[in-house]
Write a protein that binds this ligand. Structure first.
Ligand SMILES: [Mn+2]
Length: 432
């Protein structure tokens, strides 16, 4: 006998993965833990006939030869795990999307860090060209949306989004889904926000108002980032940080939001081992005293953290430039060859102008193509120095509607900051 099961307190991703496994392993019997998340319970109370499953008590464990586990790879997450764990010659198959190591010694394992476990199973269902009913597609999409925050959590991958598209193609019903999916801002989130607002500590850091609030929370709470966002908005501080201490485990999650460029949350969170963007970021820290964590955060905020990533770190070099007496036809050839939209023009090493494709419109006669570039170049010379912040560079590029900014030190051009260099920074693509 083959059985399929998932972790206790099964969520939609776990439950959906069990049902998906019944498609991939048609002989196997789905077994659900007694403890189910309330929204899964609500869903089952209406759809029980469509998704029949047993509980572990109803299964004759002596007859079980194969255990298919989905959405976890750890014995401790299974209900009644001792009975199964001690079983000799039990063949274990695992499908899991968590990073944590599998301790079940499976004969087959599909483990990948991806937004939702159901995505891994949909990959296989599609590969085997198996059909889905609209009801199955709806359940699977509910699991996918729950684990990815409707494709908004940073853990979401492109494949999760493709899987969602596939499920919609298979008539997943978004009305049903909305009924059962927990709202992003619910009772739990509201209670935490109200608790935070009761104390709402404020402190002054480098002329900015910052609130760092430590909260002890019980159990798993989704969407804490949304809570911190609302908290910052309501307090109207420049930056807000929530230090969430989990009572039952030894982990702390720090979530930050900032609306000023001098407080770069992404940089601070990266220094602590996490990640993010200038305006938002988070980090999970284990076995740290929350007050020490707060001190650490304060130190990082007080430090000159905005200077940690500079234009000089992001700019491209060496710079391809042309001498001011280069004929226009040669410049045209160079732009075409390199695929650039513009080039800096130099006298020796000194920047004297910029020539771009647009400037070629000034040419009226073909003989002008023999004229030197200095006759047509733009001499506004909008530049930036290497010790400025990427935010400053982006602001200048937007203001003057230019895509490339020469980086100049002591009148010499030492690099080029392009829009794509700025994007690398803002979207956190910087190599560590
Ligand atoms: Mn999951």
């Amino acid at each position: 006998m083959q059985i399929i099961t998932t972790h206790r307190s099964a969520d939609f991703d776990g439950f959906a993965s069990v049902i998906a496994a019944t498609i991939l392993y048609p002989e196997a019997v789905p077994v659900l833990p007694k403890a189910l998340n309330p929204n899964v319970k609500a869903f089952l109370s209406i759809h029980k006939d469509l998704f029949e499953a047993m509980t572990l008590n109803e299964v004759d464990l002596d007859r079980v030869t194969q255990l298919i586990v989905v959405d976890t790879g750890r014995w401790s997450r299974l209900e009644n795990n001792k009975a199964l764990r001690g079983k000799k010659d039990l063949d274990v198959v695992v499908w899991d999307h968590h990073e944590s190591q599998c301790d079940m010694k499976p004969s087959k394992i599909v483990q990948e860090t991806i937004g939702a476990n159901i995505t891994l199973m949909i990959r296989e269902i599609r590969k085997q060209k198996m059909k889905l009913t609209p009801m199955q597609a709806t359940l699977f999409l509910t699991g996918l949306y729950e684990d990815t925050g409707s494709l908004s959590f940073p853990s979401t991958t492109a494949e999760d989004a493709y899987a969602a598209g596939y499920l919609l193609e298979n008539n997943a019903d978004l009305h049903i889904l909305a009924t059962f999916l927990q709202p992003a801002y619910g009772e739990k989130q509201k209670n935490i926000l109200f608790e935070m607002l009761k104390t709402a500590p404020r402190t002054r850091i480098q002329n900015y108002t910052v609130s760092i609030n430590t909260m002890h929370i019980e159990g798993h709470v989704n969407n804490l980032s949304l809570v911190v966002n609302m908290y910052r908005d309501i307090l109207n501080v420049d930056a807000a940080f929530g230090i969430f201490v989990h009572k039952d485990s030894e982990k702390c999650i720090v979530i930050g939001r900032s609306s000023v460029e001098d407080i770069n949350v992404g940089t601070v969170m990266r220094s602590m081992g996490g990640g993010g963007h200038p305006g938002a970021g988070s980090v999970m820290v284990k076995s740290v005293n929350p007050s020490a964590l707060k001190e650490w955060l304060l130190e990082l905020l007080k430090g000159n953290q905005q200077a940690s990533v500079l234009v000089s770190d992001l700019m491209s070099y060496p710079v391809c430039s042309v001498a001011s007496d280069t004929p226009m036809e040669e410049v045209a050839g160079l732009l075409k060859e390199k695929g650039y939209t513009g080039l800096p023009v130099v006298d020796g090493e000194k920047l004297v102008g910029v020539i771009s494709r647009r400037d070629f419109k000034k040419i009226k006669k073909s003989s002008q193509m023999k004229a030197p570039v200095k006759a047509f170049m733009n001499t506004r010379n909008i530049t930036i120095s290497p010790d400025k912040s990427p935010m400053e560079a982006a602001r200048i590029m937007v203001k003057h509607d230019i895509g490339r900014l020469p980086v100049v030190k002591d009148d010499k051009i030492i690099g080029i900051m392009s829009r794509s260099d700025a994007m690398i920074y803002f979207y956190d693509l910087l190599p560590d």
